[in-house]
Design a protein. Structure first.
Ligand code: APR
Length: 226
């Protein structure tokens, strides 16, 4: 089977990474347009760079949880593509080998003048850190108002899916939230979230629980299918 997994911040919550819209979420303490938009970066680059430096430092200290690990396990039984809105690298750390990052990656930076000039970057990124063609480096993150370059590739992957797992996303941010519309009719969809934003239907099964317990249950079901 071709299995597609759409993940959001909730899959990393139990690893200690804040979600965005839960109480105490990341957007409670920050103005999105100040720290996650091209305008914010132009207005006050140090504030934006420090926002991502804090998140990058934290990411170096956290580990994948049972949900990430069981999704990596699923690759033993089926062809799995993870399409994540998350910018952390916990799917890869858990062993998943086919991960599409719709909103970029915290551990990468890129040249502000050439978006194809991308570097792995684990340390703090500061003003004056320049690309090899002497332009300022910026976080390799899709900011609000910017295009999502991988969305067409992701939609084509969803169109071919035989089953879909959706984990830990409030389904509020487009185009990511619209991906499930590309799925073939009547393929099984499994939704794992303690506060699910969709309801059960004929082909949607909801696990109203945390990722670390719900995802292994879904993986066990799918591992037994041909
Ligand atoms: N297990 C599973 N789901 C969880 C858990 C958990 N332990 N804890 C919280 N959740 C769920 C919440 O119920 C919510 O539905 O995770 C979801 C998190 O929603 P958001 O905070 O909106 O995160 P997400 O959907 O990933 O946001 C999408 O918005 O701000 C942008 O670019 C940012 O990629 C992000 C996008």
């Amino acid at each position: 089977m071709k299995i597609v997994v759409l993940t959001g911040a909730g899959v990393s919550a139990e690893s200690g990474i804040k979600t965005f819209r839960d109480s105490g979420g990341l957007w409670e303490g920050h103005d999105v347009m100040e720290v996650a938009s091209p305008e914010g970066f132009a207005r006050n680059p140090e504030v934006v760079l420090e926002f991502y430096n804090e998140r990058r430092r934290q990411l170096l200290k956290v580990q994948p949880n049972a949900a990430h690990k069981s999704l990596a396990e699923l690759e033993k039984y089926h062809e799995v593509t993870i399409i994540t809105q998350n910018v952390d690298n916990l799917h890869e750390k858990a062993g998943s080998t086919n991960v599409i990052h719709l909103h970029g990656e915290l551990m990468k930076v890129r040249c502000i003048e050439d978006e194809n000039l991308i570097l792995e970057w684990e340390n703090d990124l500061n003003l004056g850190d320049l690309s090899k063609n002497n332009h300022q480096l910026r976080p390799h993150i899709v900011w609000f108002g910017e295009m999502v370059p991988m969305i067409e590739v992701a939609a084509e992957v969803v169109e071919k899916a035989d089953a879909i797992i959706i984990v830990g996303t409030s389904m509020q941010v487009y185009p990511a939230a619209g991906l499930v519309q590309y799925a073939k009719d009547n393929i099984p969809i499994y939704f794992v979230d303690p506060k699910p934003s969709i309801s059960e239907t004929r082909n949607i099964t909801v696990f109203a629980e945390k990722a670390s317990t719900g995802v292994p249950k879904v993986v066990q079901i799918l591992a037994q299918k041909e």
